[in-house]
Design a binder for this molecule. Sequence first.
Ligand code: GLC
Length: 739
Amino acid sequence: MTEKQVRELLNKMTVKEKINQMFQVSGHLLEEEKGDIVVTGPLEELGLKKTEIPLIGSSLGLIGAKKIKEYQKKFMEAHPNKIPHLFMLDVINGFRTIFPIPLGQGATFAPELSKKCAKIAAKESAVSGIHVTFAPMVDLVRDARWGRVMESTGEDPWLNAQFSKAMVEGFQGDCLKDEYSIGACIKHFAAYGAVESGKEYNTVELSEHTLREAYFPSYQTGIEAGAALVMTAFNTINGVPASVNKWLMKDILREEMGFDGVLISDYAAVGETIAHGCCADMEEAAKRAIESGVDIEMMSNAYVSSLETLIENDIVPEDLLNESVYRILQLKNKLGLFENPYKDADEQKEKELILCEEHRKVAREVAAESFVLLKNEDILPLKEEKKVAFIGPYTSSHSIMGSWSFIGDVKDTITIKEAAKSAMKGRNVSFHKGCPMYRVDDSFAQFSPNEQESVMTKKEEEALLQQAIQAAKEADVVVMPIGESYLQSGESMSRAMIEIPEAHMNLFREIYKVNENIVVVLFNGRPLDLRELKEKAKAILEVWFPGTEGGNAILDVLLGKRIPSGKLPMSFPYCVGQVPVYYNHYTTGRPFTGADHEDRYRSKYLDIPNEPLYPFGYGLTYTTFQVSDISLDKTEMTKDDTITATVSIKNIGNMAGKETIQMYIQDVSSSIVRPVKELRGYQKVMLQPKEERELSFTIKEEDLRFVLPDHTWGSEKGKFRVFIGQDSSVKAYKEFYLI
Ligand code: GLC
């Protein structure tokens, strides 16, 4: 349809029809039962009559080409103006082929791989009838206690901004109408990742300066990439819940960032402004949400219960209603739904495309690229002749996809044991669970779909342990797949103690007593306290939640078929008391450099170091690299100029290896304090033993910019430092001046 035709359609609609376009219900409420859609309970509480269901503009959670085509047909036939329904879903790290969790994708330092994953996810979603995904989540994260850090690509604004752009491009392709393109939804606007104490749904208190400089960039680049939707955050900003925050949604999102797409609330977030103690009732919530430009209200009924009266009484101008409904109709039009309401839904293609070998191959490649080798005392890759015992609850677990993998099926995943049986055929290997994944009295166990996972008596647990200890005694090397359950990181999964489950650590300690040659394969959705493992394990391979092909990818790396090259996208704290800890912090007026320990009046702790256990950007590979000092082609630049910083990197080991060399910039003095370092470039290199290569980085004026006192981005003349190294703890730098 042309824009003119969309306008004409809008003018034909009744107020009630328009309001229902602004309402999104969970698909399970629309599920037919006994041959008809049951309007009971929640739907009625939401103020919906059965006759109105076809008028609803969108739903979330329904999947399947057959089912969605049937619903769309039914809705279109019943709709007075034949307006197609939008089917939306959380497709976060894959649809049915599941890729590493986004935090793992961040560890690849390769946004182009995430674009590839998003493209495949879009294809599998589109043939299953989905039009929009609630992804990418681009919230900056600095607090490992927050469960949703697993959904982010980490603590660096500049890197997150690149992943945000790449993922939007992957989901949406060049045009929403194109085959296999689905709408992307940037979330959660804004700064949901800054919840106080890492506690879920908690308050956010940030200066506008920090909000703009650290949190806005990843939303901005996703919007510039053309994201079709933005989702409001649950939290307050400046004391006002985001969904009714006019400054945030009109002045910033619409005006400054130029977003003209559909703004959807998070789940019931408009209704929850009452619980926030902000809106007195649904009427006020409806008024303030539409005044803030929220176009679709997800799963609360402020709009459907109050907007008609507000408009009739001229409390809300109908123009606001028309603006929102126009944006919704435009989204449907951009997706081509008026011409083809079924878009790419296709049962045959579902069978051909979903989980096809090509998709699995990408899942395996990206998983391997996401792994971070945290420690390796010459025990990896596993040597052919070694007798290996795999001991740990993740040895045979299929639950390796992460908590936002609803459509992924555990039956599709490749376990470590399955992969090892194939990849290590003929070698001396054994497999042992060693301990339960978790215990039924663990708080989260109630949410497990397979609660039988760990219902064991003490006697059964002891038998498992003894069997494992015996196997460890007889092995040369013990590989221990342990870590958090996927039920311990994700939404509503904040943790105040960020430790590996006690049962797993107890198993580790018992095995360590009889065999110290331990390789830990770590499954987790957040940075954890790894002090004991760092001290005792011979190797630690961080695998996050690697997805469908996780087992194969892990064996590829353990056996050296693929070289580990991941880099931490988020600092691993020394302990939870250090949280939030992030590399791009300010110096403070009394920086503690470690040399002046006798000087007590420094910014430090009495009982722990300032440095994280593992810093942002850290990750080893199967060799050792030597990085030279930096050389600069000049030490002064104007705004229109650039400086070239060069290092040479040499593989001084005896195996090939991959390194991500990172460039950081520090603005030494400025009108607003600046972080001690900021990532502004990186290059990945694969070098053969003894191979040397020169790497050059171009420093541009835009790399020196920050949010000035007037809230615009700009640079200031003066002294800068450039650091180039293998992670954010790099100390050596060279100085230059912007003149
Ligand atoms: C959830 C999440 C959001 C998700 C939405 C729909 O509460 O906060 O990220 O997209 O509801 O499932």
